[in-house]
Design a protein around this ligand. Sequence first.
Ligand SMILES: [Zn+2]
Length: 123
Amino acid sequence: MHEFSFAYNIFKVAEATAMKYNAKKITQVYIEIGELTLIVPHLLQQSFKMATTGSIAEGAELKIEIVPGKIRCRDCGKESTVSLSEEAQLTGLQLFQCRHCESKNTEIISGKNATVKNIKIQE
Ligand SMILES: [Zn+2]
């Protein structure tokens, strides 16, 4: 499951940070997810609960911020903000068109990552 491996990685990052500060408990994890990861937030919430059960992050709140995707055009060199069309979500196909010259010769430069921005801990 796509979401579970993401949730597990998020947990590992949060846990490593918490251990550095000798925390007893993680109470909140704040993450940013690129829109192009195809992550479904409520599935990520469920997976996070599963991944943290029995750990110091059990019961921690997962705050999710979605950041838009960005592409760079290989033809005109300009950047565009993109979001997934419904079609792309259904097929998993990601073809993005440059907003400036309509070329499809583009590369994704952001929106495919999940980043842990902040965690709250109890010492
Ligand atoms: Zn272009």
